[in-house]
Design a protein around this ligand. Sequence first.
Ligand SMILES: O=C(O)CCC(=O)C(=O)O
Ligand SMILES: [Fe+2]
Length: 357
Amino acid sequence: MPSPHQKSNLPILDLSKYQPNDPSSHSSQEFLKELDKTMRNIGFFYVKNHGIPLTVQQDAFKAMKAFFKLPLEEKLKIELINSPHFRGYTRMKGETTNFKQDNREQVDLAREQNAETLEGRPAYVGLRGPNQWPEGVPGFKEDITALMAAMTDVALILLRAMVRTLNIDEDKFMAMFGNDYGARVKLLRYPAMSNEEDRPNEHGLGVGPHKDSGFLALLLQDELGGLQVQTQTGKWVDAVPIPNTFVVNIGEILERLTRKTFVATTHRVLTLTSTDQDRFSFPLFLAPALETRIPQLDVPLAAKNVVSDVKEEQLLQDEVYGVNELNSYCRSHTKVAQKWYPLQCTNGVADKVITKP
Ligand SMILES: O=C(O)CCC(=O)C(=O)O
Ligand SMILES: [Fe+2]
């Protein structure tokens, strides 16, 4: 079982203070100052007054719960293995993080895109494509899409604000990933420790320690808890659920870009022993276009000694973002990766080679 942890007062930022069209206003400046401080320290915070209506949040959660209640054979109709774009359903314990099986089931979705010809192109192009939508839950696509879209808007506002705190030209920065940014979501169900049918593994981790690979993640969690963040000194603290807030954490791109001025947050989810209810959450991951070469900004390497349970070799290895994203699928969804990318995912590491015709 994971080691004991401590509760902490993680920062809560008020997004209504920030006016993206008037970043010099007093309240915008206040928000940016607080954001800057948070980003340089824990790199993890709650956002309140985000403007996403409760009904949008609740409808999406209802749709997600209804999907997970469907019989397994129904869920398997949209299984991830059908999709070279890594979109679809993964059954309980079907994913691996930090070398351990996760205790969760999930649906992966992303911005709706057309599949592209792969011939003569880098393998990661295959990550773009359509979603698999289930048929058994009326209104599922609409409800999930509505929350996804609203969260993408908030994530983009936050990213621009983060860029602003670094004194970088926002538009120049944004042009780097243009209209083709990636916005992926996961619908997640973590069974309770007492769940007989889906008994979690004894290691007690819903998902093991990891950093998210993109710019940032925005997450809506239910009221049960279990999410934890690792501080830069290595302590695990509870991200206690706060109603009508979203949780934000920094991804690896911002760490690489800023030469560790911002450090990607290490986090994990515990399977709680104190509740007999299943936990649900809905993270959105904002990332650059797959082709983007991730530069390093002209800033000094931050002199920080950051403790993390995530090993360096699990982190971004390549300057092309798409190579990293495919890399992480090679590790987390081995079977799907072996079916669609057998050459590229040799030894669990995505090859840079152009797809063979
Ligand atoms: O479910 C959560 O609270 C966190 C999920 C997460 O960190 C992830 O899927 O990357
Ligand atoms: Fe995560």
